[in-house]
Design a protein around this ligand. Structure first.
Ligand code: AHM
Ligand code: MG
Length: 336
């Protein structure tokens, strides 16, 4: 039974003081990220009553149309985090290069990466969206900060999480000590611990994939989905259910809540790209959360967290969720 009086602040203080998991700088960083998420949540909630809906009329570095809320969320995270002295630099899906903390503020030892508003196609239709974040430590040995400092595999993350803006606003976090969920109490204005030690069942009968891309998939993914669709009469001997929200945050949140398998695999539409999702601020934080909850995350051939990134906005094929299903899809890849 979770004690509903434990705020995010208290949880983080206890992680620092009692369990010795996080230094005070990291605690401050996470509190500031949470505060920014709260602000984004209020902007999302206003909907058409505010001025955050619709297209911004610009493109980001990935050539995707930006929504107003993509830009607002990005600015909110930067403004909240740049002055505290805990960060050296930030990187975002919405910015081509890294954002170095301006000289007028002290520089800290952490690097923050984020997808400020994940699931952008759902903003204007009132469907769950979210913010994903990952925290790394700046490598030692040289002054200042450069792009290469960010290029660390996911197994070097010191904190990761997301905030889902759905029927409730929920912040989900790991600092390497399991996964905890905090629900935003709007009357109190604070995140309250509502679930601890989140665990994902090893087996599942639910998968999430954009089926409209089926004809572009590679053989192992096609085989896995074909077998699921064959149901009780097929080789799996059981029926499967399907969900696809088109917000990775919301799909992963469902998987952390009741199990399942999520895939956004490589496909033939743009064969030179390894996938649609980005390694450093989507797959890595989600991969670590899933692993911390007992699940698994691979690109079909390799553990996501062991991939050495070559560039900031690198893309990756993503297969994550209930352990036995991820292992099955991965084994289909090694069989080819
Ligand atoms: P975004 O970060 O630009 O919103 O894109 C990532 C999103 C994921 O949240 C989601 O899983 C996927 O794109 C949906 O893609 P599709 O529209 O191809 O189904
Ligand atoms: Mg995204």
């Amino acid at each position: 039974m979770v004690d509903h009086r434990i705020s995010l602040t208290r949880y983080l203080v206890e992680q620092q003081r009692v369990h010795g998991h996080i230094p005070s700088e990291l605690r401050l960083l996470l509190e500031v990220v949470a505060r920014a998420c709260k602000r984004i949540s209020f902007a999302v909630n206003k909907g058409d009553l505010g001025d955050a809906m619709g297209s911004a009329g610009s493109e980001n570095v990935q050539g995707e149309m930006q929504k107003k809320l993509d830009i607002i969320a990005n600015e909110t995270l930067i403004e909240a985090n740049e002055w505290g002295g805990h960060l050296a630099a930030m990187a975002s899906e919405e910015m081509e290069g890294i954002y170095i903390v301006p000289n007028r503020y002290p520089q800290g030892e952490y690097l923050l990466l984020f997808d400020p508003l994940d699931g952008s196609s759902n903003i204007d239709v009132n469907v769950s969206i979210g913010t994903i974040f990952s925290v790394l430590r700046k490598p030692e040995g040289h002054p200042g900060v450069q792009d290469a400092d960010f290029l660390q595999p996911g197994n070097r993350q010191v904190a990761a999480g997301y905030c889902v803006y759905g029927p409730q606003t929920t912040l989900v976090l790991t600092v390497g000590d399991g996964v905890a969920m905090f629900t935003l109490d709007r009357e109190q204005g604070s995140f309250i611990l509502t679930r601890e030690n989140v665990r994902i069942a090893e087996d599942t009968q639910e998968f999430a994939i954009n089926m409209s891309n089926m004809r572009h998939w590679d053989a192992p993914v096609r085989r896995y989905i074909d077998e699921c669709l064959a149901g009780a009469e097929g080789p799996r001997g059981k029926n499967f259910n399907m969900r696809w929200i088109a917000s990775m945050v919301a799909d992963v949140h469902r998987i952390l809540s009741r199990g399942g398998l999520f895939m956004y695999p490589w496909d033939k539409r743009e064969p030179h790209k390894p996938g649609k999702l980005r390694l450093m601020y989507e797959a890595n934080p989600m991969g670590w959360l899933i692993e911390q909850a007992g699940g698994a995350a691979t690109n079909g051939r390799q553990r996501i967290l062991d991939i050495q990134p070559g560039q900031l906005h690198e893309r990756v094929s993503v297969i994550l969720g209930s352990k036995n299903e991820v292992e099955r899809v991965t084994s289909y890849h090694s069989a080819t």
